[in-house]
Structure formats: structure tokens, C-alpha cells
Design a protein around this ligand. Structure first.
Ligand code: GLN
Length: 456
């Protein structure tokens, strides 16, 4: 990526990015543009360069953050009405690390409210449009970040992936999107969705950029107890020989052009001397059901802090404390947020806990084991990211089950904690991007990114 130097100033890079952001306004990518703050930081970096001081690895590189990453610039809204007016006193660890290397945050991007969704249509601020077709969805929930990179407004953007929210919009917009190993990048300072599956990651235009960002952002954070001691640089880039493909994902429920793209890539890999093995992973068919029990349960707990007292929006029409809670939540949450809170509290309730939550937790353990077994037979797995390419705006928004089915191939990775990288591999006949997903064992992130170059 282009960093600032004596001839190309940080101010120029930031100005260009801000200009492009405004040029593409109709795509509804940004919830907030950090114009003043970004230009001030750029001027500081330019002064340091002029003085001949050492600058970071990302000096003057404009980037965007998903609007669920906390930072004091603008409001952190998570695209939810209930957080409107909330200014964060803290900065997410991930953002802090990027900024310490000189990267400059130019804006906060749109998402499905609280990251609940697969299209960015659940945003309080309206949908983001697909970079390749304005009548289609950006994917989600990190739609704004994906489109910001795809339209070349910024060099990279942050995202969060609880069940596919980086990989799916990356594939819908033809960019790279990484969901790292669970715990690789600190979750501190990102609005929690489901704490046991939330992963922080990035959208980039190249695997090389992804590698650079991971080398900066990973590492243990005392503020996130689930963050892993740094393994990224130390992880050996092992010799990859065998690539697995999942038998169950090759059927009519997956779009034919996506299946053909997968077939073409596995044929190419065979020609390059890799062995392609077919994997039987029968437990994966329970991943979606388990995910849509475990995640709402955690969502219900995490969202209970939003009561109109401590953060953001408060309904004005309330007569007493109870109606204050009720009205604030009713007016402040989107329908999909409410649906998850209801499902989550239901599956955790005393009468149903064993039948739903406990059973889903057991299924999750089986899925973890199934991945462990699979990685005894191959080094990496190659699958579609989702069963379809970018669909039309409005097509699934009133059908939650159809929307959940979009996540069929992405959620099992989050349940198992393994890394997944969405790689752009081509276009449909009508010119829409197709992405495939490389999956590796835990802590194989660096090797996974390296291997993506083989799919070019
Ligand atoms: N689409 C999935 C969901 O709605 C994933 C969301 C995410 O990864 N944040 O739960």
C-alpha cells in the first residue's frame, strides 16, 4: 500500500481519500467522515517526515473503521438508533495499534445495526450499495468497510466477523477479507455482538497488505482476556500440500457459477501439484442452527446494557423507569436486534435451556472436533464463502430465514475459532464478484494469507 513520503504527502493521501468518499456519497458507505481529525494527523506526519524523523509502517495511509469500533472521533453508533449521540471515551486496541504505525482514520463505516445481518440493510441509516451494482446489497454486516476498499476510497478497512461479516461482504465486493483465529486480534473497544465468536479483522486489496496489518494488529492485550499471546510472526509458513473440499457444499443449494469457480480453482491447484482431497464433514449441517441459538443468547446478554440510562439515545415519552427502558429499547433497536434478544432470552430461559442452548453448545463441540479431524487430512480447506453472490436490495430483507441461510458456509468457522480468508477469484457472467474462502487450523493465519497468492 502507498505510504506517505517526502514527495507524496500524508495530507495529499488523506485529501484524496476524503474527496473520493464524498464522490461516492450515494453508496452510503460512511456514517461519519473524520475530516478535521484526519487532516490534522496527516499534517503531523508530514512534519515528522520533513524533519527526517522515523515514521511508522503505515505512515499517512488512510483507512476506515466499521462503526462498531470505538474511538473518540465522531459518534460510535454501530448503525443503531439506540447508540445515537454516544461519543466514546476510549479507542479500540486494534485502532490504537494501527494509528501507532501512522495510519489515519478517515471515517466510520455503515453496518447492519449491532452487526446483526448479512446485507447492511438492517442499518438505521439505510443500506450501503454494492460496489459493482447499485441495485444489489453490499453484503454484511461490514458492508460499508468492504465497499470503501472495493471503490478504492481507502487502502484498508476494519471489520468484525461473528459469523461471516467480513468474509461475505468481501466476496460480494471483490476484495480480500480475513476473519482471523479467535483471539488473534483484541476485541477490546469493539461493540460486542457474541463474545465467544466475535473476531476482528480487515478488508484489503492484496494478501500482502493483509499480512502487514496482521503483523501489526495481533498480540495479547491485557484488556481482552481472550486475546492470544502473539503467534502470528512465529507461525511457520509450512509447506502446503493438500487442499480439502467439502462434499456437502457441492449441491444445488449453491449457485452454479460459484461451484464452477471452485472447480476451476481446484483444477488449477491440481495442475500446480497440490493434492485435492474430498472431505466428509456431516456435522457442519448443524452449524447454522447451533449458531442461531448460541449467538442470540450472547447477543441478549451483551445488549442488555442498552437501557437508555448509560449510553446514547433515550426515549423522551416515558413516565417511569420501566417505561423508559421499554420505550428506549422499542424505539432504539432495529427489528432484527429485537428478534435476537427475544430468541436469546428464550433459549436461555430455565424451561428451554437444556433443549436449546445446551444442545447447541454440544453441537459446537462436535464441529470443533470435525475441523480438527479435517485438518489431519489436509492443510487448508477451500469452500465458497456463501451460497450466492450479491443479491438484490430488498430481496431477503423481509425473510429472516432466507437471510440466515446466507451464512451457511461462514458460521462454522466462528463456532470452531478457526481462521478464514475470503479471496476474490473472478466474476459471474454478469460481472459480479465471486469469492472463495480458505480455511485453516487455528493459528495458521500467516500461512493462509501466504497461500492465497496461489489462487491469483
Ligand atoms: N450474518 C451473520 C449474522 O447475522 C453474521 C454477522 C456477523 O458476523 N457480525 O449473525
Amino acid at each position: 500500500m502507498k505510504t506517505a513520503n517526502k514527495t507524496v504527502t500524508a495530507t495529499k493521501l488523506v485529501k484524496d481519500a476524503l474527496e473520493k468518499a464524498k464522490h461516492f456519497k450515494e453508496y452510503n458507505i460512511f456514517n461519519y467522515l473524520n475530516e478535521e481529525g484526519a487532516l490534522k494527523k496527516a499534517a503531523e506526519i508530514d512534519e515528522r517526515i520533513a524533519r527526517g524523523e522515523k515514521v511508522g509502517k503505515l505512515a499517512g495511509v488512510p483507512f476506515a473503521i466499521k462503526d462498531n469500533y470505538l474511538s473518540p472521533e465522531g459518534e460510535t453508533t454501530a448503525s443503531a438508533h439506540i447508540l445515537e449521540g454516544f461519543t466514546s471515551p476510549i479507542t479500540a486496541t486494534c485502532v490504537e495499534k494501527l494509528e501507532a504505525e501512522g495510519a489515519i482514520m478517515i471515517g466510520r463505516t455503515n453496518l447492519d445495526a449491532f452487526a446483526h445481518g448479512s446485507s447492511t440493510e438492517n442499518s438505521y441509516y439505510g443500506p450501503t450499495l454494492n460496489a459493482y451494482d447499485k441495485e444489489r446489497v453490499a453484503g454484511g454486516s461490514s458492508g460499508g468497510s468492504a465497499v470503501a476498499v472495493a471503490l478504492d476510497i481507502v487502502e484498508f478497512a476494519t471489520g468484525s466477523d461473528t459469523g461471516g461479516s467480513i468474509r461475505q461482504p468481501a466476496s460480494f465486493n471483490g476484495v480480500y477479507g480475513l476473519k482471523p483465529t479467535y483471539g488473534a486480534v483484541s476485541r477490546y473497544g469493539v461493540v460486542a455482538m457474541a463474545s465467544s465468536t466475535d473476531c476482528m479483522g480487515f478488508f484489503t486489496k492484496t494478501p500482502e497488505d493483509m499480512d502487514l496489518l496482521m503483523s501489526i494488529a495481533t498480540g495479547q492485550d491485557p484488556k481482552d482476556m481472550t486475546s492470544l499471546p502473539d503467534f502470528y510472526e512465529k507461525s511457520e509458513v509450512k509447506k502446503v500440500k493438500k487442499i480439502g473440499v467439502i462434499k456437502d457444499f457441492d449441491n444445488d443449494s449453491v449457485n452454479i457459477e460459484i461451484r464452477e469457480a471452485l472447480k476451476k480453482k481446484t483444477d488449477d491447484l491440481k495442475k500446480k501439484g497440490y493434492e485435492v482431497v474430498e472431505l466428509d464433514m456431516p456435522t457442519l449441517k448443524y452449524a447454522l442452527a447451533a449458531y442461531y441459538i448460541i449467538v442470540p443468547a450472547e447477543v441478549a446478554s451483551n445488549l442488555s446494557r442498552h437501557d437508555g440510562v448509560r449510553y446514547g439515545f433515550r426515549s423522551e415519552n416515558s413516565k417511569n423507569l420501566e417505561s423508559l427502558y421499554e420505550n428506549t429499547r422499542d424505539e432504539g433497536f432495529m427489528p432484527e436486534n429485537k428478534r435476537r434478544i427475544m430468541i436469546g432470552n428464550f433459549v436461555l430461559s430455565s424451561g428451554f435451556y437444556d433443549a436449546y442452548f445446551l444442545k447447541a453448545a454440544k453441537a459446537r463441540t462436535l464441529i470443533v472436533k470435525e475441523y480438527e479431524e479435517a485438518f489431519k487430512k489436509c492443510d487448508f480447506i477451500l469452500t465458497p464463502v456463501s451460497p450466492n453472490y450479491a443479491f438484490k436490495l430488498g430481496e431477503k430483507v423481509n425473510d429472516p430465514i432466507a437471510m440466515y441461510l446466507e451464512d451457511l458456509m461462514s458460521v462454522s468457522l466462528n463456532l470452531a475459532g478457526v481462521p478464514g480468508l475470503a479471496v476474490p477469484v473472478g466474476k459471474t457472467k454478469t460481472g459480479l464478484p465471486i469469492g472463495l474462502q480458505l480455511v485453516g487450523p487455528r493459528r495458521s493465519d500467516k500461512a493462509l494469507i501466504e497461500f492465497a497468492k496461489e489462487l491469483k
